[in-house]
Design a protein around this ligand. Structure first.
Ligand SMILES: Nc1ncnc2c1ncn2[C@@H]1O[C@H](COP(=O)(O)OP(=O)(O)O)[C@@H](O)[C@H]1O
Ligand SMILES: [Mg+2]
Length: 255
């Protein structure tokens, strides 16, 4: 179970904006699929950084309260320990690669787990097949398109087989055909895991166990799609904008 109680974080240091999240009370049960939504800048990515330990390890600022995964304290633990528990695919895939070639990057994702060579080979092979990544193997990562990079980042996160997966607009740059494939793969591979998703296309996340609507760094509303649609004007508005953007995208693509 993931648990945050009264958590505040504000970006500090030289480039600190003073923005962040406030008074976050949240529990996510094992195996739940939770969606974070809200306007740009409302704190979605910041909340995921608290759960994957990048805050406070990579981002300077003031943190109040603890982020717990069962009885493990993410905020105080080592990043490598957290990384066994949480796999993440970020919004901006450019900033998350450690290797130049795609195959090396996938192997790298498993190396810190202490697996045998043989086991790593098997896992990589299985994931490459499942995600249909064969044509992208042994390529220079930095010459791939944004969507292809995101597929590699997704594969690397999956390979770790961590019980918690964070997808921060993980399909934002992927084309429609690959997005469908990736979504199917996400459904299969994340089955039984705890999944935290940030997505702009709200229609894709209707079936989540729980949707959290963030507003100015706070959780403004929480519930299923049906409950929020019935009770929350802000959520209905966000949904309407998402639908509008999507129909616009489809029209543009059809020209
Ligand atoms: N690395 C950072 N340094 C300083 N401020 C940041 C940083 N990342 C995000 N912020 C600020 O924190 C707030 C929340 O941002 P973020 O969590 O990225 O929002 P979202 O993912 O919902 O768009 C915003 O005001 C943003 O400008
Ligand atoms: Mg974000």
């Amino acid at each position: 179970m993931i648990r945050l109680k009264g958590v505040d974080f504000h970006y500090g240091g030289e480039n600190g904006s003073g923005d962040g999240v406030d008074g976050i009370d949240l529990t996510i049960a094992d195996g739940e699929c939770v969606v974070l939504c809200g306007r740009s800048g409302c704190g979605k990515t910041t909340l995921t950084r608290l759960i994957n330990g990048l805050i406070p390890h990579f981002y300077e600022g003031e943190l109040i309260g603890d982020v717990m995964i069962d009885d493990y304290n993410v905020s105080k633990g080592e990043l490598s320990e957290t990384s066994r528990r949480v796999g993440s695919v970020f919004q901006n895939p450019k900033s998350q690669f450690f290797n130049i070639d795609t195959s090396g990057e996938l192997v790298f994702g498993c190396e810190n787990l202490g697996l045998s060579h043989e086991e790593i080979g098997k896992r990589v092979e299985r994931t490459v097949t499942d995600l249909k990544l064969r044509p992208l193997m042994d390529r220079n990562i930095f010459e791939l398109s944004g969507g292809q990079k995101q597929r590699i980042a997704f594969a690397r996160a999956i390979l770790k087989d961590a019980p918690i997966i964070i997808l921060d607009e993980a399909t934002a740059f992927v084309d429609a055909e690959n997005e469908r494939k990736m979504r199917r793969a996400i459904e299969q591979i994340t089955n039984g895991k705890t999944v935290i998703v940030i997505a702009h296309k709200l229609s894709s996340i209707k079936n989540a166990d729980k949707i959290l609507l963030l507003d100015h760094g706070r959780i403004a509303a929480e519930g299923t799609h049906e409950a929020l649609t019935a009770s929350c004007g802000k959520y209905r508005k966000l949904w309407a904008i998402s639908e509008e953007t999507q129909s616009w995208t489809l029209k543009e693509a059809g020209r």
